[in-house]
Design a binder for this molecule. Sequence first.
Ligand SMILES: [Zn+2]
Length: 123
Amino acid sequence: MSAITVSTREAATALGVSVRTVQRRAQQGKLTAAKHGGRWAIRVDVDLSIFKPDQVDKAREAVEQRAILRTSRPGMYAAVSSDGSTTYLTHAAGCSCRAGQRGIRCWHRAAVAILAGVERRAA
Ligand SMILES: [Zn+2]
């Protein structure tokens, strides 16, 4: 298990709370976080080694831009396609996107791993 750090905005997206709430939880020690140059870096224990670096980059970008969001079903996320025309349902083990349907490990699942990692730590 390795660790990455996410911004307060990424953590807020993952947890479905405001950035302010994430900052408060970080101050209270409820999230493993360190302040660098006035900004919180939230530590997330997650193994992303099975994904390619560009997939991890895309996944982080999607989390940051709220292009992948929690659904009411635990562990299930909705990912908006790059052109915004479609929404895929994705979870740790599979995804409804074209790559996912062919059994290819897509970057949506990397995003799910990041989001789930943040939630696990905050629980
Ligand atoms: Zn996918």
